[in-house]
Design a protein around this ligand. Structure first.
Ligand code: HEM
Length: 360
């Protein structure tokens, strides 16, 4: 039987569930393809820890500040004001993060929209109970993204730019450069993780405010609360609910021994409601302090984009509360996507009432 080794980049919100999914589905995959898969995890923080190839210091955050603070968000919010009634998921929650990560990675505006469906289809393969049809769609989505990023790399090789794709091409460890496959995998991970989760932070966060109008009023009355409000949104409706860790050595947790090589599935959303850590955990409180949710995980694979996601969240909720006197929820209840690992809604329809005399 043919053996294929897969290096899973990130081994976090993308990688870990994928590894356990492959383990669960090993027999079915073998029967389906005649191929035996062996998964090896590769960390992405410095692209490859063994080779220590890293991006220019602070590139993600420094360039992100410029992109998030450019007129992009104002244009989006003004369009919402003009429309009056919008699906926030389309108009804002997807729109802003995909523009930000698109600018950073170097994906031109006209190419970005296609990734909404592609990333969603690819991420569906991470869910437990994935069907054959979903696996087919996920395979197809990965193939399209693979082709796309190979094309982008080829264009940048001819003509380097000031984006992450160009930085990856230039990155080297001594004489060693990243291989084409490493670059493609890294770009797919960065681009997908860069908007899908942040889309859900914005959607879930607004949902928290709409379901807790007293907290929405507090934030409007005191916009300086935006930082702690975003942290509470991350805690209360964690965009990534499930993650995993594999023990490199025996670990004792609460009377249980995890042996070397054993994988523990960590329910981040549940940990964020642990009453021993968060008093009255089912209360959404924009002033909660201290508040250190595990939504970006912890340790060596702590989310690479955590600061960028927080920045986007702050900018969004700052502008929404300053620009609109009221945001009224038009749905009869949350339209949850029904996914376990990535938590978010399909649609979030609202009517917005701009504040008199404000344009931003
Ligand atoms: C609210 C938004 C986000 C949430 C909730 C989130 C959550 C997470 C979580 C839980 C992990 C798993 C780490 C692990 O345990 O292995 C992770 C990893 C990762 N995230 Fe995020 N993320 C968000 C936004 C972003 C953004 C904007 C980017 C890119 C710009 C990004 C890039 C990554 C990467 C590359 C990893 C892998 C890190 C590693 O394994 O070293 N994420 N994220």
């Amino acid at each position: 039987m043919k053996l294929i080794r897969i290096g899973v980049l990130g081994c976090g919100n993308v990688g870990a569930p994928l590894v356990s999914l492959i383990a669960q589905q090993q027999a079915a995959i073998e029967a389906r393809t005649g191929v035996r898969l062996e998964v090896v995890s590769v960390a992405v923080r410095n692209l490859s820890k063994e080779r220590d190839i890293s991006l220019p210091e602070g590139m993600l955050t420094r360039d992100a500040m410029a992109v998030v603070n450019d007129p992009t968000i104002d244009v989006i919010v003004e369009r919402m004001a003009e429309a009056g009634e919008v699906d926030v998921m389309d108009a804002l929650a997807f729109r802003l993060p995909v523009q930000v990560i698109g600018e950073l990675v170097g994906v031109p505006p006209s190419d970005r929209d296609q990734f909404r469906v592609l990333v969603r289809n690819a991420a569906a393969a991470l869910e437990p109970g994935v069907t054959d049809t979903q696996l087919d769609a996920a395979e197809h989505a990965m193939a399209v993204m693979d082709d796309y990023f190979r094309g982008l790399i080829a264009r940048r090789r001819r003509d380097l730019d000031h984006d992450l794709t160009s930085a990856l091409i230039a990155a080297r460890d001594g004489d060693d450069r990243l291989t084409e496959d490493e670059m493609v995998a890294t770009l797919i991970l960065l681009f997908s993780a860069g908007f899908e989760t942040t889309t859900n932070l914005i959607g879930n966060g607004l949902l928290c405010l709409l379901r807790n109008p007293d907290q929405f009023d507090r934030l409007r009355a005191d916009p300086a609360l935006v930082d702690s409000a975003v942290e509470e949104m991350l805690r209360f409706e964690s965009p990534v609910q499930v993650d995993a860790r594999t023990a490199f050595e025996p670990v004792e947790i609460d009377g249980h021994t995890i042996t070397t090589g054993e994988t523990v599935v960590t329910f981040l959303g549940a940990a964020n409601r642990d009453p021993a850590v968060f008093p009255d955990p089912d209360r959404f409180d924009v002033t909660r302090h201290p508040n250190h949710p595990l939504s970006f995980a912890a340790g060596i694979h702590y989310c690479l984009g955590a600061n960028l996601a927080r920045l986007e969240g702050r900018v969004v909720f700052d502008r929404l509360t300053r620009r609109f006197a009221d945001i009224a929820w038009l749905d009869n209840g949350p339209d949850w996507r029904g996914t376990l690992i990535l938590r978010g809604v399909n649609h979030l329809n609202v009517a917005v009432t701009p504040k008199e005399g404000t344009t931003r």
